[in-house]
Design a binder for this molecule. Sequence first.
Ligand code: ZN
Length: 317
Amino acid sequence: MNLADKITLCEVGPRDGLQNEARLFSAEEKVELINQMMEAGFKVIEVGSFVSPKAVPQMANTDEVFRALKPPADVELRALIANARGVDRAVECGCRKVKLNVSASKAHNLANLNRTPEESVAGFKECVDKAAANGIAVSGSISMAFGSPWDREIPIQDVKDIVNAYLNVGVTEISLSDASGMAYPSQVYNMCTEMMREFPQVEWWLHFHNTRGLGVANIVAGMEAGVRNFDTSFAGVGGCPFVPGAAGNVSTEDVVHMCDEMGVKTGIDLDKAMEISRRVAELVGHPTDSYLLRAGKSKDLIRELPKGQLKNQVKAK
Ligand code: ZN
Protein backbone atom coordinates (compact mmCIF):
# COMPACT_ATOMS: atom_id res chain seq x y z
CA MET A 1 0.00 0.00 0.00
CA ASN A 2 1.05 3.56 -0.66
CA LEU A 3 0.85 4.59 2.99
CA ALA A 4 2.20 7.87 4.30
CA ASP A 5 5.12 8.01 6.75
CA LYS A 6 3.35 10.80 8.53
CA ILE A 7 0.00 12.57 8.29
CA THR A 8 -1.53 15.63 9.94
CA LEU A 9 -4.86 15.42 11.70
CA CYS A 10 -6.93 18.48 12.45
CA GLU A 11 -9.12 18.02 15.50
CA VAL A 12 -12.44 19.58 14.43
CA GLY A 13 -14.44 18.38 17.44
CA PRO A 14 -14.59 21.78 19.18
CA ARG A 15 -16.28 23.22 16.05
CA ASP A 16 -17.91 20.53 13.89
CA GLY A 17 -18.59 18.23 16.82
CA LEU A 18 -19.89 20.61 19.44
CA GLN A 19 -21.91 22.80 17.06
CA ASN A 20 -24.31 19.90 16.63
CA GLU A 21 -24.69 19.13 20.32
CA ALA A 22 -27.72 20.27 22.33
CA ARG A 23 -25.51 20.95 25.36
CA LEU A 24 -23.74 24.31 25.24
CA PHE A 25 -20.09 24.07 26.30
CA SER A 26 -18.72 26.97 28.32
CA ALA A 27 -15.59 28.78 27.17
CA GLU A 28 -13.73 27.30 30.17
CA GLU A 29 -14.69 23.76 29.21
CA LYS A 30 -13.59 24.31 25.62
CA VAL A 31 -10.30 25.90 26.68
CA GLU A 32 -9.56 22.99 28.99
CA LEU A 33 -10.23 20.43 26.23
CA ILE A 34 -8.18 22.34 23.65
CA ASN A 35 -5.25 22.72 26.05
CA GLN A 36 -5.36 18.96 26.62
CA MET A 37 -5.37 18.43 22.84
CA MET A 38 -2.25 20.53 22.43
CA GLU A 39 -0.63 18.46 25.18
CA ALA A 40 -1.70 15.26 23.38
CA GLY A 41 0.21 16.40 20.29
CA PHE A 42 -2.41 17.96 18.02
CA LYS A 43 -0.80 20.60 15.77
CA VAL A 44 -3.99 21.76 14.02
CA ILE A 45 -7.25 22.38 15.87
CA GLU A 46 -10.50 23.90 14.63
CA VAL A 47 -11.50 25.88 17.68
CA GLY A 48 -14.88 27.25 16.61
CA SER A 49 -16.58 29.54 14.13
CA PHE A 50 -17.25 33.24 13.81
CA VAL A 51 -20.81 33.07 12.57
CA SER A 52 -24.09 34.46 13.87
CA PRO A 53 -24.59 33.38 17.51
CA LYS A 54 -28.33 33.28 16.76
CA ALA A 55 -27.78 30.71 14.02
CA VAL A 56 -25.21 28.65 15.94
CA PRO A 57 -25.42 29.38 19.70
CA GLN A 58 -22.88 26.60 20.43
CA MET A 59 -20.17 28.75 18.79
CA ALA A 60 -21.11 32.10 20.37
CA ASN A 61 -18.10 31.98 22.75
CA THR A 62 -15.46 31.29 20.07
CA ASP A 63 -13.86 34.76 20.53
CA GLU A 64 -13.59 34.21 24.29
CA VAL A 65 -12.00 30.79 23.75
CA PHE A 66 -9.37 32.23 21.37
CA ARG A 67 -8.50 34.98 23.85
CA ALA A 68 -7.85 32.42 26.59
CA LEU A 69 -5.64 30.09 24.49
CA LYS A 70 -1.86 30.47 24.32
CA PRO A 71 -0.79 28.07 21.56
CA PRO A 72 2.90 27.28 20.99
CA ALA A 73 4.33 28.57 17.69
CA ASP A 74 3.95 25.20 15.92
CA VAL A 75 0.24 24.84 16.66
CA GLU A 76 -2.35 26.21 14.25
CA LEU A 77 -5.72 27.14 15.71
CA ARG A 78 -8.32 27.84 13.06
CA ALA A 79 -11.91 29.02 12.91
CA LEU A 80 -14.65 28.74 10.34
CA ILE A 81 -16.00 32.02 8.95
CA ALA A 82 -18.85 32.87 6.57
CA ASN A 83 -18.03 36.45 5.61
CA ALA A 84 -15.78 39.49 6.20
CA ARG A 85 -17.31 40.06 9.64
CA GLY A 86 -15.73 36.74 10.58
CA VAL A 87 -12.30 38.11 9.64
CA ASP A 88 -12.93 41.17 11.86
CA ARG A 89 -13.74 38.89 14.79
CA ALA A 90 -10.61 36.82 14.08
CA VAL A 91 -8.46 39.97 14.15
CA GLU A 92 -10.06 41.12 17.40
CA CYS A 93 -9.44 37.91 19.34
CA GLY A 94 -6.06 36.92 17.90
CA CYS A 95 -7.12 34.03 15.64
CA ARG A 96 -4.45 33.53 12.92
CA LYS A 97 -6.19 31.13 10.55
CA VAL A 98 -9.69 31.13 9.10
CA LYS A 99 -11.54 28.69 6.88
CA LEU A 100 -14.22 29.55 4.34
CA ASN A 101 -16.79 27.06 3.13
CA VAL A 102 -18.99 26.60 0.09
CA SER A 103 -21.37 23.79 -0.82
CA ALA A 104 -20.43 21.95 -3.99
CA SER A 105 -24.12 21.42 -4.65
CA LYS A 106 -25.43 23.99 -7.13
CA ALA A 107 -28.99 23.23 -6.03
CA HIS A 108 -28.11 23.67 -2.34
CA ASN A 109 -26.16 26.85 -2.94
CA LEU A 110 -28.81 28.41 -5.21
CA ALA A 111 -31.61 27.57 -2.76
CA ASN A 112 -29.70 28.94 0.25
CA LEU A 113 -27.76 31.88 -1.16
CA ASN A 114 -29.19 32.43 -4.64
CA ARG A 115 -25.68 32.03 -6.11
CA THR A 116 -23.71 29.28 -7.78
CA PRO A 117 -20.82 27.86 -5.72
CA GLU A 118 -18.29 29.68 -7.96
CA GLU A 119 -20.11 32.99 -7.43
CA SER A 120 -20.00 32.40 -3.66
CA VAL A 121 -16.26 31.74 -3.79
CA ALA A 122 -15.64 34.83 -5.98
CA GLY A 123 -17.45 36.79 -3.26
CA PHE A 124 -14.86 35.56 -0.70
CA LYS A 125 -12.25 37.90 -2.23
CA GLU A 126 -13.09 40.60 0.29
CA CYS A 127 -12.48 38.15 3.18
CA VAL A 128 -9.21 36.91 1.70
CA ASP A 129 -7.88 40.45 1.12
CA LYS A 130 -8.89 41.59 4.59
CA ALA A 131 -7.31 38.51 6.16
CA ALA A 132 -4.09 38.98 4.16
CA ALA A 133 -3.90 42.64 5.25
CA ASN A 134 -4.06 41.44 8.86
CA GLY A 135 -1.60 38.55 8.54
CA ILE A 136 -4.31 35.89 8.81
CA ALA A 137 -4.04 32.74 6.69
CA VAL A 138 -7.11 31.52 4.81
CA SER A 139 -8.13 28.05 3.72
CA GLY A 140 -11.21 26.96 1.81
CA SER A 141 -13.55 24.05 2.16
CA ILE A 142 -15.87 22.47 -0.41
CA SER A 143 -18.65 20.69 1.43
CA MET A 144 -20.73 17.94 -0.22
CA ALA A 145 -17.85 17.48 -2.70
CA PHE A 146 -18.61 13.76 -2.94
CA GLY A 147 -22.39 13.95 -3.14
CA SER A 148 -25.37 15.75 -1.70
CA PRO A 149 -28.95 14.80 -0.88
CA TRP A 150 -30.04 17.08 -3.77
CA ASP A 151 -27.70 15.99 -6.58
CA ARG A 152 -26.48 12.51 -5.60
CA GLU A 153 -22.91 12.63 -6.99
CA ILE A 154 -21.41 16.00 -7.91
CA PRO A 155 -19.78 16.04 -11.39
CA ILE A 156 -16.00 16.30 -10.87
CA GLN A 157 -15.90 19.26 -13.27
CA ASP A 158 -18.17 21.20 -10.88
CA VAL A 159 -15.70 20.54 -8.05
CA LYS A 160 -12.79 21.63 -10.28
CA ASP A 161 -14.63 24.86 -11.13
CA ILE A 162 -14.89 25.62 -7.41
CA VAL A 163 -11.19 24.82 -6.89
CA ASN A 164 -10.37 27.27 -9.69
CA ALA A 165 -12.62 29.89 -8.09
CA TYR A 166 -10.68 29.45 -4.81
CA LEU A 167 -7.35 29.73 -6.63
CA ASN A 168 -8.60 32.91 -8.34
CA VAL A 169 -9.14 34.60 -4.97
CA GLY A 170 -5.75 33.38 -3.69
CA VAL A 171 -6.75 30.36 -1.56
CA THR A 172 -4.42 27.39 -2.11
CA GLU A 173 -5.26 25.21 0.90
CA ILE A 174 -8.49 23.37 0.11
CA SER A 175 -10.54 20.79 1.95
CA LEU A 176 -12.86 18.33 0.21
CA SER A 177 -15.63 17.64 2.67
CA ASP A 178 -18.19 14.88 2.81
CA ALA A 179 -20.72 16.47 5.14
CA SER A 180 -23.46 14.29 3.67
CA GLY A 181 -21.62 11.03 4.42
CA MET A 182 -22.00 9.82 0.84
CA ALA A 183 -18.33 9.40 -0.19
CA TYR A 184 -17.01 5.90 -0.84
CA PRO A 185 -13.37 4.76 -1.10
CA SER A 186 -12.94 4.26 -4.87
CA GLN A 187 -14.61 7.63 -5.51
CA VAL A 188 -12.32 9.31 -2.96
CA TYR A 189 -9.25 7.67 -4.49
CA ASN A 190 -10.21 8.68 -8.04
CA MET A 191 -11.21 12.23 -7.15
CA CYS A 192 -8.10 12.85 -5.04
CA THR A 193 -5.78 11.36 -7.66
CA GLU A 194 -7.28 13.58 -10.36
CA MET A 195 -7.35 16.71 -8.20
CA MET A 196 -3.74 16.28 -7.07
CA ARG A 197 -2.62 15.78 -10.67
CA GLU A 198 -4.53 18.79 -11.97
CA PHE A 199 -3.84 21.14 -9.04
CA PRO A 200 -0.37 20.29 -7.67
CA GLN A 201 -0.14 23.75 -6.11
CA VAL A 202 -3.00 22.97 -3.69
CA GLU A 203 -2.48 21.72 -0.13
CA TRP A 204 -5.34 19.20 0.18
CA TRP A 205 -7.39 18.25 3.22
CA LEU A 206 -10.11 15.61 3.51
CA HIS A 207 -13.08 15.82 5.86
CA PHE A 208 -15.27 12.76 6.25
CA HIS A 209 -18.42 12.19 8.25
CA ASN A 210 -18.98 8.60 9.28
CA THR A 211 -22.69 8.53 8.47
CA ARG A 212 -22.53 5.21 6.63
CA GLY A 213 -19.49 3.75 8.34
CA LEU A 214 -17.06 4.57 5.52
CA GLY A 215 -15.07 7.34 7.20
CA VAL A 216 -11.95 5.33 8.00
CA ALA A 217 -12.00 3.52 4.62
CA ASN A 218 -12.27 6.89 2.89
CA ILE A 219 -9.25 8.20 4.81
CA VAL A 220 -7.20 5.17 3.72
CA ALA A 221 -8.32 5.77 0.11
CA GLY A 222 -7.27 9.44 0.37
CA MET A 223 -3.92 8.42 1.86
CA GLU A 224 -3.41 5.92 -0.92
CA ALA A 225 -3.98 8.75 -3.43
CA GLY A 226 -1.37 10.89 -1.64
CA VAL A 227 -3.40 13.20 0.61
CA ARG A 228 -1.70 13.83 3.95
CA ASN A 229 -4.15 16.04 5.88
CA PHE A 230 -7.38 14.80 7.47
CA ASP A 231 -10.03 16.20 9.80
CA THR A 232 -11.29 14.07 12.69
CA SER A 233 -13.49 14.69 15.72
CA PHE A 234 -13.02 13.60 19.34
CA ALA A 235 -15.33 10.70 20.25
CA GLY A 236 -16.84 11.00 16.75
CA VAL A 237 -19.32 13.69 17.87
CA GLY A 238 -21.06 15.89 15.35
CA GLY A 239 -23.56 15.85 12.52
CA CYS A 240 -24.84 18.13 9.82
CA PRO A 241 -28.06 20.14 10.14
CA PHE A 242 -28.91 19.78 6.42
CA VAL A 243 -28.52 16.03 6.19
CA PRO A 244 -31.02 13.55 7.69
CA GLY A 245 -29.36 11.04 9.99
CA ALA A 246 -25.91 12.63 9.56
CA ALA A 247 -23.27 11.23 11.89
CA GLY A 248 -20.25 13.06 13.22
CA ASN A 249 -16.80 13.21 11.74
CA VAL A 250 -14.87 10.01 11.82
CA SER A 251 -13.56 9.68 15.38
CA THR A 252 -10.08 10.94 16.13
CA GLU A 253 -9.09 8.01 18.31
CA ASP A 254 -10.24 5.44 15.71
CA VAL A 255 -8.02 7.11 13.10
CA VAL A 256 -5.01 7.53 15.43
CA HIS A 257 -5.33 3.88 16.46
CA MET A 258 -5.45 2.74 12.83
CA CYS A 259 -2.40 4.87 12.00
CA ASP A 260 -0.50 3.52 15.03
CA GLU A 261 -1.24 -0.04 13.88
CA MET A 262 -0.10 0.74 10.30
CA GLY A 263 3.02 2.63 11.38
CA VAL A 264 1.79 5.96 10.02
CA LYS A 265 2.94 8.75 12.36
CA THR A 266 0.34 11.26 13.58
CA GLY A 267 2.34 12.80 16.44
CA ILE A 268 -0.69 12.23 18.68
CA ASP A 269 -0.60 10.33 21.96
CA LEU A 270 -3.50 7.87 21.60
CA ASP A 271 -4.02 7.36 25.35
CA LYS A 272 -4.29 11.10 25.88
CA ALA A 273 -6.61 11.49 22.88
CA MET A 274 -8.85 8.71 24.27
CA GLU A 275 -8.92 10.40 27.66
CA ILE A 276 -10.15 13.62 26.01
CA SER A 277 -12.76 11.72 24.01
CA ARG A 278 -14.01 9.90 27.12
CA ARG A 279 -14.43 13.26 28.82
CA VAL A 280 -16.29 14.67 25.79
CA ALA A 281 -18.61 11.64 25.65
CA GLU A 282 -19.32 12.13 29.36
CA LEU A 283 -20.05 15.84 28.87
CA VAL A 284 -22.38 15.40 25.88
CA GLY A 285 -24.19 12.73 27.87
CA HIS A 286 -25.02 10.27 25.12
CA PRO A 287 -23.24 7.41 23.33
CA THR A 288 -21.01 8.60 20.50
CA ASP A 289 -19.72 7.07 17.30
CA SER A 290 -16.33 5.81 18.53
CA TYR A 291 -15.19 2.21 18.18
CA LEU A 292 -12.13 2.76 20.36
CA LEU A 293 -14.16 4.09 23.27
CA ARG A 294 -16.29 0.94 23.11
CA ALA A 295 -13.65 -1.69 22.42
CA GLY A 296 -10.30 -0.21 23.52
CA LYS A 297 -7.00 -0.59 21.68
CA SER A 298 -6.07 -3.87 19.96
CA LYS A 299 -2.75 -3.81 21.85
CA ASP A 300 -4.55 -3.89 25.20
CA LEU A 301 -6.08 -7.26 24.34
CA ILE A 302 -2.74 -9.04 24.21
CA ARG A 303 -2.23 -10.87 27.49
CA GLU A 304 -0.97 -14.24 28.56
CA LEU A 305 -3.42 -17.04 29.02
CA PRO A 306 -3.42 -18.40 32.57
CA LYS A 307 -1.83 -21.85 32.74
CA GLY A 308 -4.22 -24.72 32.16
CA GLN A 309 -6.93 -22.55 30.65
CA LEU A 310 -6.51 -23.85 27.12
CA LYS A 311 -6.69 -27.47 28.32
CA ASN A 312 -9.84 -26.75 30.32
CA GLN A 313 -11.47 -25.09 27.33
CA VAL A 314 -10.74 -28.11 25.21
CA LYS A 315 -12.18 -30.41 27.88
CA ALA A 316 -15.32 -28.29 28.20
CA LYS A 317 -16.03 -28.80 24.51
ZN1 ZN B 1 -18.22 18.49 8.86
